[in-house]
Design a protein around this ligand. Structure first.
Ligand code: AMP
Length: 366
């Protein structure tokens, strides 16, 4: 698109640094380095949430548009702030309590019940910083395993499926949402995304309404992903919750990410505008591009586990001419670390998934 990209992170030769025009390597806390970086750019965005919000504040003070804003970044960094922001925006969230010590944890567990999920309020992603609590006797070990820091205790949701939607909003308030997708997780880490999700139109409309409501509430400029739990139709209390017109009452918001999201990677091959172009367009002040899906798609993550018996069998992948490989240029493959992904587009999502699973299996060295 003709833009020059400057990237800032504590690492040299980072995945973005490998392809950016300029790579600045300095600590996020090095405010002099952040100041000089901010002076050189016309707009600033981020591609993960765990960038100290001070970076956004410094850039904003330098007069550089930070998109999404530092306040949205700040809200998304902490589960307590995130959930209260979602509630204030009128989105349904999983029942939760904030707990800062053992006695609060006990009280919260009495209200929430078991099984529950204990999550650190700060710096959690991909199942890190969270643990399932089966019963009262597991409260103490769970509390200790997370280091006794401020946490949220959530009810474990007996969902039918996990869904997500990536949406974009431009400087003029133009809104565009991608199709709702289904996400399948393994060990709390995203494994597969299926686009579009095969759900009733009412669920899609509701997801889109909630995404729009949130983006407008936040005054978002940029892109954002909302993750949902889809409750089963027969779930208790659903009808009462669904009193509001147009609501199925079946969607609960799990979390938000104000950046390109793993569940939106399929858009590179599967949509008119990829989520990465969408981010660039919206943060650069252009309107969002078309989010129209071109073909059904399946995206399969490649975790570091695939490297455990050596380099994956790239040669074997060549037999799958419909599979598109993306590797992120991370230097070390660790179990559970996202190293890349495959996307397959086909006439149906099930055909795409079938080819994707076979292609991924072919990569595995035994
Ligand atoms: P999170 O980091 O909160 O997105 O959690 C990662 C994954 O853990 C989710 O995508 C779900 O698969 C699972 N999970 C998290 N919270 C809950 C919950 N309250 N009930 C059931 N599963 C959950």
């Amino acid at each position: 698109m003709g833009y020059r990209i400057h990237t800032f992170s504590p690492d040299r030769n980072s995945p973005t640094g490998q392809i950016a025009d300029y790579e600045y390597a300095a600590a996020y806390e090095d405010s002099a380095a952040v100041h000089s970086f901010a002076k050189k750019v016309d707009a600033l965005t981020f591609e993960f949430e765990n960038v100290p919000s001070l970076v956004a504040e410094i850039a904003e003070a330098e007069g550089v548009p930070v998109r999404p804003s530092g306040s949205i970044l700040h809200a998304a960094q902490n589960r307590q702030r995130e959930k209260s922001t979602l509630s204030r925006a009128g989105l349904p969230v999983t029942p939760f309590r904030v707990v800062a010590n053992r006695s609060e944890l006990k009280e919260a567990a009495q209200e929430i019940g078991f099984p529950a999920i204990l999550k650190t309020a700060a710096f959690g992603y991909d199942g890190k910083g969270q643990t399932r609590v089966e019963s009262e006797t597991r409260l103490e070990p769970a509390w200790q395993s997370l280091g006794g820091q401020v946490c949220v205790l959530e009810a474990q949701v007996d969902f039918e499926r996990e869904l997500s939607m990536v949406a974009a909003r431009g400087v003029d308030g133009d809104f565009a949402a991608y199709p709702l997708v289904e996400n399948r997780h393994v060990n709390h880490i995203l494994d597969i995304t299926i686009a579009p999700a095969e759900v009733e139109p009412a669920v899609v409309h509701e997801a889109e309404r909630l995404a729009r409501q949130l983006c407008e509430y936040l005054g978002l400029i940029g892109i954002l992903c909302i993750e949902f739990f889809l409750l089963p139709k027969s779930c208790k209390g659903i009808e009462a919750q669904a009193a509001e017109a147009g609501s199925t009452g079946r969607l609960l918001t799990n979390e938000i990410a104000p950046r390109p999201h793993n569940s939106g990677h399929w858009t590179i091959e599967g949509a008119v505008t990829s989520q990465f172009e969408q981010q660039l367009r919206t943060v650069s002040g252009l309107g969002p591009g078309s989010t129209k899906q071109l073909r059904p798609a399946a995206m399969l993550n490649l975790l570091g586990d695939l490297w455990q018996n050596g380099e994956p069998d790239w040669q074997a992948l060549l037999a799958f001419s419909d599979a598109k490989l993306h590797l992120y240029g991370k230097h070390e493959a660790r179990p559970g670390r996202k190293m890349g992904h495959l996307t397959v587009t086909a006439d149906t999502t099930s055909a795409a998934l079938e080819v994707g699973l076979a292609a991924r299996a072919a990569l595995q060295r035994i």
